[in-house]
Design a protein around this ligand. Structure first.
Ligand SMILES: Nc1ncnc2c1ncn2[C@@H]1O[C@H](COP(=O)(O)OP(=O)(O)OP(=O)(O)O)[C@@H](O)[C@H]1O
Length: 325
């Protein structure tokens, strides 16, 4: 630009060029240089996109180790769960046996609370029921059908999971509640109904955009208790036969805790519920408490039965951990 000004200036002084022509020339030079500059940015973006799309195609081409569809879709699905001598090790650590011969029965409509020290295998038992993995040996059956033989899509339709850290997506609250209802059109009325059952309707309507409020990536714009109630509303709408629940350990304020607990109590009604319990009230109300320790079932019975064995793992666990209520 300096060169153009210097040389162009000379030409103007020598009357070989008009000032207007010089100005036009400078303007055109600027336009061309800007265009060339953008072109180099474009090249950078292009190379970045090539790298990113390679990764996208790699993901699209991945074939899951667990079957996706196909299999039994029983007409009657009552939700009788049976673990029969189940052994399991995670594929990433095949030498570490996580479940060592688990036997357990959960009758339809029963609430079964899993308790036990951290790392005992409670979450793993739940993950097997979602068919995220299959047992290495033994059988896990629902209504007598081995989980391997069930159509995974059918299974996921019948099994609802409310985890400690609910997975919310960067979408509206109503989309997040309706998430997972496949193929069917979900009416806003049924979404509102589900939110009411989950004690979420009041907080949602108090937001400026109500059910259209965007929750942000992973629901960052909602509090812990609000996120949990949206996840509960999602489960209510899905109306699963089997409910898997991982009770939150994170501290909620008293009001949120009360609302979440009430919503969960309602959700658990008339379903086979397997709950990883952290609260004394949950285990007290459960039909059966199961102590999972080092991949085996150490004790099984009602809260009262287990408390009558003061030297048992459960009684000690209650004294140490489950005091908070
Ligand atoms: N994805 C995984 N890959 C490999 N090992 C795992 C995986 N998830 C859990 N484990 C291991 O399996 C064992 C049981 O873990 P699990 O999460 O089932 O226990 P838990 O009883 O639910 O514990 P917590 O109460 O802390 O959640 C642990 O030793 C853990 O390290």
């Amino acid at each position: 630009m300096a060169l153009v000004l210097w040389y162009g200036g000379h030409l103007v002084i020598q009357s070989k060029m008009s000032a207007g022509d010089l100005t036009s020339f400078i303007l055109y030079t600027l336009m061309v240089s800007m265009a060339v500059g953008t072109l180099s940015n474009l090249f950078g973006d292009f190379m970045k996109s090539i790298g990113a799309s390679e990764r996208v195609f790699q993901l699209m081409d991945r074939t899951p180790k667990v079957r996706f569809r196909g299999g039994d879709t029983p007409l009657q699905f009552k939700g009788l769960i049976r673990y029969e001598n189940v052994f399991f090790a995670y594929p990433s650590r095949p030498d570490v046996i996580v479940l060592k011969g688990v036997d357990l029965e959960c009758k339809p409509g029963q609430v079964v609370a899993l308790v036990g020290p951290s790392g005992g295998g409670k979450s793993t038992m739940v993950a097997l029921l979602e068919a995220f993995y299959y047992p290495v040996s033994g059988h896990l059956t629902i209504d007598g059908v081995d989980i391997r033989d069930l159509d995974p899509e059918f299974l996921h339709d019948k099994v609802g999971l409310v985890s400690q850290e609910p997975t919310l997506f960067a979408a509206s609250i109503s989309d997040n509640i309706a998430y997972g209802i496949k193929g069917k059109k979900v009416s806003i009325d049924s979404i509102i109904e589900a939110a009411k059952h989950a004690n979420a309707h009041d907080f949602i309507t108090s937001l400026p955009q109500g059910y259209d409020t965007l929750v942000g990536e992973r629901g960052v714009r909602l509090s812990g208790g609000q996120k949990q109630r949206v996840a509960i509303a999602r489960a209510v709408l899905k109306d699963p036969t089997i409910l898997l629940l991982d009770e939150a350990t994170s501290a909620l304020d008293a009001e949120s805790e009360y609302l979440v607990k009430k919503a969960l109590d309602e959700l658990m009604q008339h379903r086979t519920t397997l709950v990883i319990a952290h609260r004394l009230s949950t285990v007290k109300n459960a039909h059966k408490v199961v102590v999972v320790e080092s991949g085996t079932i150490a004790q099984e019975g009602t809260h009262e039965q287990l408390m009558s064995q003061p030297d048992g793992v459960y009684a000690k666990l209650v004294q140490r951990q489950l005091q908070k209520d």
